[in-house]
Ligand binder design. Structure first.
Ligand code: EPU
Length: 423
Protein backbone atom coordinates (compact mmCIF):
# COMPACT_ATOMS: atom_id res chain seq x y z
CA UNK A 1 0.00 0.00 0.00
CA UNK A 2 1.41 3.40 -0.94
CA UNK A 3 0.28 6.42 1.04
CA UNK A 4 1.17 10.02 0.24
CA UNK A 5 0.79 11.75 3.58
CA UNK A 6 -0.15 15.27 4.56
CA UNK A 7 -3.85 15.31 3.57
CA UNK A 8 -6.42 16.37 6.19
CA UNK A 9 -9.16 13.73 6.07
CA UNK A 10 -12.57 15.20 5.44
CA UNK A 11 -16.07 13.78 4.99
CA UNK A 12 -18.22 10.88 6.13
CA UNK A 13 -17.33 7.20 6.42
CA UNK A 14 -19.61 4.27 7.16
CA UNK A 15 -18.41 1.69 9.67
CA UNK A 16 -18.91 -2.01 8.92
CA UNK A 17 -20.15 -4.76 11.24
CA UNK A 18 -17.90 -5.75 14.13
CA UNK A 19 -15.20 -8.29 13.26
CA UNK A 20 -14.88 -9.68 16.76
CA UNK A 21 -18.65 -10.16 17.02
CA UNK A 22 -18.92 -11.69 13.54
CA UNK A 23 -16.16 -14.24 14.09
CA UNK A 24 -18.01 -15.51 17.18
CA UNK A 25 -21.58 -15.26 15.90
CA UNK A 26 -20.84 -17.19 12.69
CA UNK A 27 -19.53 -20.32 14.50
CA UNK A 28 -22.32 -19.89 17.10
CA UNK A 29 -24.69 -20.83 14.27
CA UNK A 30 -23.51 -24.41 14.88
CA UNK A 31 -25.65 -24.40 18.05
CA UNK A 32 -28.78 -23.68 16.05
CA UNK A 33 -30.90 -26.17 14.16
CA UNK A 34 -32.52 -23.99 11.51
CA UNK A 35 -31.63 -21.11 9.23
CA UNK A 36 -29.90 -18.05 10.70
CA UNK A 37 -30.02 -14.85 8.69
CA UNK A 38 -27.12 -12.64 9.76
CA UNK A 39 -26.94 -9.03 8.64
CA UNK A 40 -24.23 -6.35 8.77
CA UNK A 41 -21.44 -8.93 8.34
CA UNK A 42 -18.10 -7.23 7.57
CA UNK A 43 -16.48 -8.19 4.26
CA UNK A 44 -13.08 -9.19 5.67
CA UNK A 45 -10.70 -12.15 5.40
CA UNK A 46 -11.38 -13.47 8.92
CA UNK A 47 -15.07 -13.82 8.01
CA UNK A 48 -14.12 -15.63 4.77
CA UNK A 49 -11.98 -18.03 6.82
CA UNK A 50 -14.63 -18.90 9.40
CA UNK A 51 -17.25 -19.31 6.66
CA UNK A 52 -14.90 -21.70 4.80
CA UNK A 53 -14.57 -23.76 7.98
CA UNK A 54 -18.37 -23.93 8.42
CA UNK A 55 -18.74 -25.06 4.81
CA UNK A 56 -16.02 -27.68 5.41
CA UNK A 57 -18.05 -28.92 8.40
CA UNK A 58 -21.13 -29.27 6.18
CA UNK A 59 -23.14 -26.08 6.83
CA UNK A 60 -25.23 -24.59 4.06
CA UNK A 61 -24.14 -20.98 3.51
CA UNK A 62 -25.93 -18.58 1.16
CA UNK A 63 -24.53 -15.13 0.51
CA UNK A 64 -27.61 -12.91 0.09
CA UNK A 65 -25.71 -9.64 -0.41
CA UNK A 66 -22.36 -8.16 0.47
CA UNK A 67 -23.19 -8.02 4.18
CA UNK A 68 -26.01 -10.56 4.61
CA UNK A 69 -25.70 -14.34 4.82
CA UNK A 70 -28.10 -17.15 5.56
CA UNK A 71 -26.45 -20.09 7.28
CA UNK A 72 -28.06 -23.39 8.13
CA UNK A 73 -25.82 -25.63 10.22
CA UNK A 74 -28.45 -28.39 10.61
CA UNK A 75 -26.62 -30.66 8.09
CA UNK A 76 -23.36 -30.56 10.12
CA UNK A 77 -22.66 -34.05 11.45
CA UNK A 78 -19.05 -33.82 12.61
CA UNK A 79 -17.58 -32.28 15.76
CA UNK A 80 -14.09 -32.38 14.30
CA UNK A 81 -12.60 -29.20 12.81
CA UNK A 82 -9.28 -30.88 12.30
CA UNK A 83 -8.33 -28.90 9.20
CA UNK A 84 -5.51 -26.47 8.43
CA UNK A 85 -7.95 -23.62 7.71
CA UNK A 86 -8.52 -23.31 11.46
CA UNK A 87 -4.95 -22.16 11.91
CA UNK A 88 -5.46 -19.01 9.84
CA UNK A 89 -7.36 -17.19 12.57
CA UNK A 90 -7.48 -16.83 16.31
CA UNK A 91 -11.26 -16.89 16.61
CA UNK A 92 -11.49 -20.48 15.39
CA UNK A 93 -11.32 -21.34 19.10
CA UNK A 94 -15.05 -20.48 19.12
CA UNK A 95 -15.58 -23.73 17.23
CA UNK A 96 -14.72 -25.46 20.51
CA UNK A 97 -17.59 -23.92 22.49
CA UNK A 98 -20.04 -24.16 19.60
CA UNK A 99 -19.31 -27.80 18.67
CA UNK A 100 -19.18 -28.80 22.33
CA UNK A 101 -22.60 -27.22 22.93
CA UNK A 102 -24.07 -28.89 19.85
CA UNK A 103 -22.50 -32.38 20.03
CA UNK A 104 -21.07 -32.66 23.56
CA UNK A 105 -17.63 -33.09 21.95
CA UNK A 106 -15.28 -30.91 19.90
CA UNK A 107 -11.93 -31.58 18.25
CA UNK A 108 -10.35 -28.41 16.91
CA UNK A 109 -6.85 -27.66 15.67
CA UNK A 110 -5.04 -24.97 17.65
CA UNK A 111 -5.81 -21.54 16.25
CA UNK A 112 -3.46 -18.94 14.73
CA UNK A 113 -4.10 -15.17 14.50
CA UNK A 114 -2.06 -12.13 15.48
CA UNK A 115 1.13 -12.89 17.34
CA UNK A 116 1.69 -10.68 20.36
CA UNK A 117 3.18 -13.03 22.89
CA UNK A 118 1.66 -16.02 24.55
CA UNK A 119 -2.07 -16.42 23.89
CA UNK A 120 -3.21 -19.04 26.41
CA UNK A 121 -6.66 -20.65 26.39
CA UNK A 122 -6.50 -22.11 29.89
CA UNK A 123 -9.62 -20.18 30.98
CA UNK A 124 -11.63 -21.57 28.04
CA UNK A 125 -10.53 -25.08 29.01
CA UNK A 126 -11.28 -24.48 32.69
CA UNK A 127 -14.82 -23.49 31.66
CA UNK A 128 -15.35 -26.54 29.45
CA UNK A 129 -14.04 -28.85 32.17
CA UNK A 130 -16.33 -27.23 34.69
CA UNK A 131 -19.25 -28.01 32.34
CA UNK A 132 -18.21 -31.67 32.45
CA UNK A 133 -15.97 -32.09 29.39
CA UNK A 134 -12.68 -33.97 29.51
CA UNK A 135 -10.17 -31.85 27.64
CA UNK A 136 -6.86 -32.92 26.10
CA UNK A 137 -4.71 -30.17 24.64
CA UNK A 138 -1.54 -30.75 22.65
CA UNK A 139 0.47 -28.15 20.72
CA UNK A 140 -1.57 -29.00 17.69
CA UNK A 141 -5.13 -29.82 18.71
CA UNK A 142 -7.70 -29.45 21.50
CA UNK A 143 -10.02 -32.41 22.09
CA UNK A 144 -12.98 -31.94 24.43
CA UNK A 145 -15.30 -34.88 25.03
CA UNK A 146 -18.37 -35.36 27.22
CA UNK A 147 -21.56 -37.38 27.48
CA UNK A 148 -23.48 -34.11 27.57
CA UNK A 149 -22.71 -30.83 29.34
CA UNK A 150 -24.02 -29.95 32.79
CA UNK A 151 -24.30 -26.37 34.05
CA UNK A 152 -21.77 -25.03 36.50
CA UNK A 153 -20.41 -21.89 38.23
CA UNK A 154 -17.24 -20.59 36.66
CA UNK A 155 -15.00 -17.81 37.98
CA UNK A 156 -12.55 -16.52 35.37
CA UNK A 157 -9.07 -15.86 36.78
CA UNK A 158 -8.46 -13.25 34.06
CA UNK A 159 -11.02 -11.13 32.23
CA UNK A 160 -11.08 -12.90 28.88
CA UNK A 161 -13.31 -12.04 25.94
CA UNK A 162 -12.69 -15.38 24.28
CA UNK A 163 -13.28 -17.50 27.39
CA UNK A 164 -16.45 -15.58 28.28
CA UNK A 165 -17.91 -16.06 24.79
CA UNK A 166 -16.77 -19.67 24.47
CA UNK A 167 -18.35 -20.64 27.80
CA UNK A 168 -21.56 -18.80 26.85
CA UNK A 169 -21.69 -20.82 23.62
CA UNK A 170 -21.19 -24.20 25.27
CA UNK A 171 -23.44 -23.43 28.26
CA UNK A 172 -26.33 -22.33 26.01
CA UNK A 173 -27.01 -26.01 25.32
CA UNK A 174 -25.92 -27.44 28.74
CA UNK A 175 -28.41 -28.82 31.29
CA UNK A 176 -29.17 -26.26 34.03
CA UNK A 177 -28.06 -22.73 34.88
CA UNK A 178 -24.41 -21.75 34.36
CA UNK A 179 -22.88 -18.62 35.86
CA UNK A 180 -19.73 -16.87 34.67
CA UNK A 181 -18.17 -14.51 37.21
CA UNK A 182 -15.50 -11.92 36.33
CA UNK A 183 -16.83 -12.07 32.77
CA UNK A 184 -15.61 -9.77 30.00
CA UNK A 185 -17.97 -6.85 29.22
CA UNK A 186 -16.87 -5.94 25.68
CA UNK A 187 -19.61 -4.83 23.25
CA UNK A 188 -19.06 -7.99 21.19
CA UNK A 189 -19.69 -10.19 24.26
CA UNK A 190 -23.09 -8.50 24.56
CA UNK A 191 -23.68 -8.87 20.82
CA UNK A 192 -23.01 -12.62 20.89
CA UNK A 193 -25.38 -12.97 23.87
CA UNK A 194 -28.06 -11.03 21.97
CA UNK A 195 -27.56 -13.28 18.95
CA UNK A 196 -27.88 -16.42 21.09
CA UNK A 197 -31.04 -15.08 22.71
CA UNK A 198 -32.50 -14.20 19.30
CA UNK A 199 -31.99 -17.86 18.33
CA UNK A 200 -33.71 -19.21 21.46
CA UNK A 201 -31.00 -19.26 24.15
CA UNK A 202 -31.37 -17.62 27.58
CA UNK A 203 -28.31 -15.53 28.40
CA UNK A 204 -28.80 -12.92 31.12
CA UNK A 205 -26.42 -10.21 32.32
CA UNK A 206 -24.03 -9.94 29.35
CA UNK A 207 -22.29 -6.57 29.64
CA UNK A 208 -21.88 -6.99 33.41
CA UNK A 209 -19.21 -9.09 35.08
CA UNK A 210 -21.73 -11.77 36.05
CA UNK A 211 -23.50 -13.72 33.30
CA UNK A 212 -26.17 -16.42 33.77
CA UNK A 213 -26.98 -18.89 31.04
CA UNK A 214 -30.08 -21.06 31.31
CA UNK A 215 -29.33 -24.04 29.11
CA UNK A 216 -31.82 -25.08 26.46
CA UNK A 217 -32.31 -28.26 24.41
CA UNK A 218 -33.10 -26.54 21.19
CA UNK A 219 -32.21 -23.32 19.45
CA UNK A 220 -33.99 -22.55 16.19
CA UNK A 221 -33.26 -20.02 13.48
CA UNK A 222 -33.91 -16.31 13.23
CA UNK A 223 -32.55 -12.99 11.98
CA UNK A 224 -29.83 -10.96 13.63
CA UNK A 225 -27.87 -7.82 12.74
CA UNK A 226 -24.28 -7.45 14.01
CA UNK A 227 -23.27 -4.27 15.86
CA UNK A 228 -20.90 -1.73 14.27
CA UNK A 229 -17.18 -2.30 14.71
CA UNK A 230 -15.89 -0.33 17.69
CA UNK A 231 -12.26 -0.69 16.59
CA UNK A 232 -12.79 0.25 12.94
CA UNK A 233 -14.72 3.32 14.13
CA UNK A 234 -11.92 4.15 16.56
CA UNK A 235 -9.30 3.77 13.83
CA UNK A 236 -11.05 6.36 11.64
CA UNK A 237 -11.57 8.67 14.64
CA UNK A 238 -7.84 8.58 15.41
CA UNK A 239 -7.01 9.09 11.73
CA UNK A 240 -9.22 12.21 11.71
CA UNK A 241 -7.47 13.63 14.78
CA UNK A 242 -4.03 12.65 13.49
CA UNK A 243 -4.46 14.50 10.20
CA UNK A 244 -6.15 17.58 11.70
CA UNK A 245 -9.18 16.56 9.65
CA UNK A 246 -12.96 16.70 10.04
CA UNK A 247 -14.53 13.27 9.77
CA UNK A 248 -17.96 11.95 10.70
CA UNK A 249 -18.05 8.21 11.31
CA UNK A 250 -21.51 6.80 10.58
CA UNK A 251 -23.05 3.60 11.97
CA UNK A 252 -21.35 3.65 15.37
CA UNK A 253 -22.57 3.27 18.94
CA UNK A 254 -21.07 6.37 20.63
CA UNK A 255 -21.25 4.71 24.07
CA UNK A 256 -18.70 2.11 22.85
CA UNK A 257 -16.30 4.91 21.93
CA UNK A 258 -16.29 6.81 25.24
CA UNK A 259 -12.76 5.87 26.38
CA UNK A 260 -11.31 6.90 23.01
CA UNK A 261 -13.42 10.06 22.70
CA UNK A 262 -12.18 11.17 26.14
CA UNK A 263 -8.53 10.67 25.11
CA UNK A 264 -8.97 12.44 21.76
CA UNK A 265 -10.49 15.44 23.55
CA UNK A 266 -7.55 15.44 26.01
CA UNK A 267 -5.25 15.36 22.98
CA UNK A 268 -6.88 18.52 21.61
CA UNK A 269 -9.48 17.21 19.14
CA UNK A 270 -13.18 18.07 19.24
CA UNK A 271 -15.60 15.15 19.39
CA UNK A 272 -19.33 15.52 18.71
CA UNK A 273 -21.59 12.58 19.51
CA UNK A 274 -24.86 12.04 17.64
CA UNK A 275 -27.34 9.14 17.89
CA UNK A 276 -25.38 6.73 15.72
CA UNK A 277 -22.54 8.89 14.44
CA UNK A 278 -19.50 10.70 15.83
CA UNK A 279 -17.74 13.70 14.30
CA UNK A 280 -14.08 14.24 15.09
CA UNK A 281 -12.39 17.55 14.28
CA UNK A 282 -8.64 17.50 14.74
CA UNK A 283 -6.93 20.38 16.54
CA UNK A 284 -4.12 22.51 15.09
CA UNK A 285 -1.70 20.58 17.27
CA UNK A 286 -1.75 17.35 19.28
CA UNK A 287 -1.35 17.45 23.07
CA UNK A 288 0.53 14.72 24.91
CA UNK A 289 -1.64 12.30 26.95
CA UNK A 290 -1.15 9.11 28.94
CA UNK A 291 -3.17 6.00 28.12
CA UNK A 292 -3.49 2.57 29.69
CA UNK A 293 -5.27 -0.21 27.86
CA UNK A 294 -7.73 -2.29 29.87
CA UNK A 295 -10.72 -4.55 29.37
CA UNK A 296 -13.96 -2.71 28.45
CA UNK A 297 -15.04 -0.09 29.45
CA UNK A 298 -11.34 0.79 29.63
CA UNK A 299 -9.31 1.95 26.64
CA UNK A 300 -9.21 -0.96 24.11
CA UNK A 301 -5.90 -2.70 23.49
CA UNK A 302 -7.00 -2.99 19.85
CA UNK A 303 -6.66 0.82 19.54
CA UNK A 304 -3.25 0.94 21.22
CA UNK A 305 -1.07 1.10 18.06
CA UNK A 306 -3.36 3.76 16.57
CA UNK A 307 -3.18 6.05 19.63
CA UNK A 308 0.59 5.53 19.93
CA UNK A 309 0.90 6.64 16.31
CA UNK A 310 -1.18 9.77 16.94
CA UNK A 311 1.01 10.68 19.92
CA UNK A 312 4.19 10.43 17.83
CA UNK A 313 3.54 14.03 16.74
CA UNK A 314 2.20 15.37 20.06
CA UNK A 315 3.73 18.34 21.87
CA UNK A 316 5.60 16.71 24.74
CA UNK A 317 5.97 13.19 26.06
CA UNK A 318 3.18 10.60 26.40
CA UNK A 319 3.15 7.20 28.08
CA UNK A 320 1.00 4.39 26.66
CA UNK A 321 0.83 1.29 28.86
CA UNK A 322 -0.38 -2.04 27.51
CA UNK A 323 -2.53 -3.65 30.19
CA UNK A 324 -3.99 -6.61 28.29
CA UNK A 325 -1.32 -8.34 26.18
CA UNK A 326 2.17 -9.28 27.30
CA UNK A 327 3.81 -8.16 24.07
CA UNK A 328 2.06 -5.79 21.71
CA UNK A 329 4.74 -3.29 20.73
CA UNK A 330 6.50 -5.13 17.88
CA UNK A 331 5.48 -2.40 15.47
CA UNK A 332 7.41 0.31 17.33
CA UNK A 333 10.51 -0.29 15.17
CA UNK A 334 8.40 0.44 12.09
CA UNK A 335 7.30 3.80 13.51
CA UNK A 336 10.92 4.56 14.37
CA UNK A 337 11.81 4.08 10.69
CA UNK A 338 9.44 6.97 10.04
CA UNK A 339 11.21 9.18 12.58
CA UNK A 340 9.17 8.48 15.73
CA UNK A 341 10.93 8.85 19.07
CA UNK A 342 9.67 5.94 21.17
CA UNK A 343 11.38 4.12 24.01
CA UNK A 344 9.99 0.96 25.56
CA UNK A 345 9.99 0.69 29.34
CA UNK A 346 8.50 -2.64 30.40
CA UNK A 347 4.94 -2.69 29.18
CA UNK A 348 4.89 1.03 28.38
CA UNK A 349 5.85 3.03 25.34
CA UNK A 350 7.31 6.43 26.16
CA UNK A 351 6.62 8.62 23.16
CA UNK A 352 8.34 11.96 22.74
CA UNK A 353 6.53 13.95 20.10
CA UNK A 354 8.47 14.91 16.95
CA UNK A 355 7.54 17.73 14.54
CA UNK A 356 7.17 15.35 11.61
CA UNK A 357 7.06 11.72 10.53
CA UNK A 358 8.58 10.87 7.17
CA UNK A 359 7.45 8.28 4.66
CA UNK A 360 9.37 4.98 4.80
CA UNK A 361 9.06 1.30 3.91
CA UNK A 362 7.36 -0.46 6.81
CA UNK A 363 5.87 -3.86 7.60
CA UNK A 364 2.46 -4.44 9.17
CA UNK A 365 3.42 -6.83 11.96
CA UNK A 366 -0.20 -7.57 12.91
CA UNK A 367 -3.72 -6.32 12.23
CA UNK A 368 -3.93 -3.26 14.52
CA UNK A 369 -0.24 -2.46 14.08
CA UNK A 370 -1.05 -2.28 10.37
CA UNK A 371 -3.85 0.18 11.10
CA UNK A 372 -1.41 2.28 13.14
CA UNK A 373 1.03 2.35 10.23
CA UNK A 374 -1.73 3.46 7.85
CA UNK A 375 -2.38 6.40 10.19
CA UNK A 376 1.37 7.09 10.35
CA UNK A 377 1.45 7.14 6.54
CA UNK A 378 -1.42 9.63 6.46
CA UNK A 379 0.39 11.89 8.97
CA UNK A 380 3.83 11.53 7.40
CA UNK A 381 5.61 13.66 4.82
CA UNK A 382 6.27 11.87 1.54
CA UNK A 383 5.33 8.34 0.59
CA UNK A 384 4.93 5.43 3.01
CA UNK A 385 5.04 1.88 1.65
CA UNK A 386 3.23 -0.66 3.86
CA UNK A 387 3.90 -4.35 3.29
CA UNK A 388 2.17 -7.46 4.65
CA UNK A 389 -1.33 -6.16 4.02
CA UNK A 390 -2.77 -9.62 4.68
CA UNK A 391 -2.86 -8.65 8.36
CA UNK A 392 -4.88 -5.50 7.67
CA UNK A 393 -7.23 -7.34 5.30
CA UNK A 394 -8.12 -9.82 8.06
CA UNK A 395 -10.03 -7.13 9.91
CA UNK A 396 -10.69 -3.95 7.87
CA UNK A 397 -13.25 -3.84 5.07
CA UNK A 398 -12.11 -1.76 2.08
CA UNK A 399 -9.81 0.36 4.18
CA UNK A 400 -8.22 2.16 1.28
CA UNK A 401 -11.55 2.84 -0.50
CA UNK A 402 -12.94 4.31 2.71
CA UNK A 403 -9.85 6.48 3.21
CA UNK A 404 -9.85 7.61 -0.43
CA UNK A 405 -13.45 8.76 0.04
CA UNK A 406 -12.12 11.01 2.83
CA UNK A 407 -9.49 12.48 0.52
CA UNK A 408 -6.50 10.26 1.37
CA UNK A 409 -3.92 9.61 -1.35
CA UNK A 410 -3.54 5.88 -1.00
CA UNK A 411 -3.30 2.99 -3.41
CA UNK A 412 -2.64 -0.72 -3.38
CA UNK A 413 0.00 -2.01 -5.76
CA UNK A 414 1.15 -5.51 -6.71
CA UNK A 415 2.98 -7.36 -3.96
CA UNK A 416 6.74 -7.25 -4.29
CA UNK A 417 8.27 -9.91 -2.07
CA UNK A 418 11.85 -8.65 -2.30
CA UNK A 419 10.85 -5.13 -1.34
CA UNK A 420 8.76 -6.48 1.55
CA UNK A 421 11.56 -8.59 2.92
CA UNK A 422 13.93 -5.65 2.79
CA UNK A 423 11.51 -3.19 4.35
N1 EPU B 1 -5.86 -14.98 28.79
C1 EPU B 1 -5.43 -15.98 29.63
N2 EPU B 1 -6.05 -17.20 29.53
C2 EPU B 1 -7.06 -17.43 28.67
C3 EPU B 1 -7.50 -16.41 27.82
C4 EPU B 1 -6.87 -15.17 27.90
O1 EPU B 1 -4.52 -15.80 30.43
O2 EPU B 1 -7.57 -18.57 28.65
C5 EPU B 1 -5.23 -13.65 28.88
C6 EPU B 1 -4.53 -13.26 27.57
O3 EPU B 1 -3.21 -13.74 27.55
C7 EPU B 1 -4.61 -11.74 27.63
C8 EPU B 1 -5.93 -11.48 28.35
O4 EPU B 1 -6.25 -12.68 29.03
O5 EPU B 1 -3.56 -11.24 28.39
C9 EPU B 1 -7.10 -11.10 27.47
O6 EPU B 1 -7.30 -12.07 26.45
P1 EPU B 1 -8.72 -12.34 25.78
O7 EPU B 1 -9.06 -13.76 25.99
O8 EPU B 1 -9.67 -11.29 26.22
O9 EPU B 1 -8.38 -12.13 24.25
P2 EPU B 1 -8.95 -12.92 23.01
O10 EPU B 1 -10.35 -13.32 23.29
O11 EPU B 1 -8.00 -13.96 22.57
C10 EPU B 1 -10.03 -10.87 21.85
C11 EPU B 1 -9.93 -10.19 20.53
C12 EPU B 1 -8.61 -9.46 20.43
C13 EPU B 1 -8.51 -8.46 21.59
C14 EPU B 1 -8.71 -9.16 22.93
C15 EPU B 1 -8.77 -8.21 24.10
C16 EPU B 1 -11.20 -11.66 19.14
C17 EPU B 1 -11.22 -12.65 18.05
N3 EPU B 1 -10.02 -11.19 19.49
O12 EPU B 1 -8.96 -11.79 21.91
O13 EPU B 1 -8.69 -8.73 19.22
O14 EPU B 1 -7.23 -7.86 21.58
O15 EPU B 1 -9.96 -9.89 22.91
O16 EPU B 1 -9.79 -7.29 23.95
O17 EPU B 1 -12.24 -11.28 19.67
C18 EPU B 1 -7.91 -7.77 17.23
O18 EPU B 1 -9.09 -7.66 16.88
O19 EPU B 1 -6.96 -7.23 16.64
C19 EPU B 1 -7.61 -8.59 18.41
C20 EPU B 1 -6.40 -9.06 18.65
Amino acid sequence: MLIDGGVRLNGEVRISGAKNAAVAIIPAVLLVEGKCRIENIPDIKDVDSIIDILIYLGADVQKISNDIMEIDASPVKSFSADCDMVRSMRASYYLLGALLGRFGSAHVRMPGGCNFGERPIDQHIKGFESLGAKVIKTNDIVMANSDGLTASSIYLDVVSVGATINIMLAASRAKGITTIENAAKEPHVVDVANFLNAMGAHVIGAGTDSIRIIGTDKMSGGTYSIIPDQIEAGTFMVAAAATGGDVTVLNVIPKHMESLSAKLIEAGAEVFEMDDAIRVVGGESIKNVNVKTMPYPGFPTDLQPQIVTLLCMANGTSRVTEGVWASRFQYIDELRRMGADIVLAGNSAIITGVPRLSGAKVNATDLRAGAGLVIAGLMGEGTTHIYNLQHIDRGYENIEAKLISLGAKIKRVAYNRTAAVNA
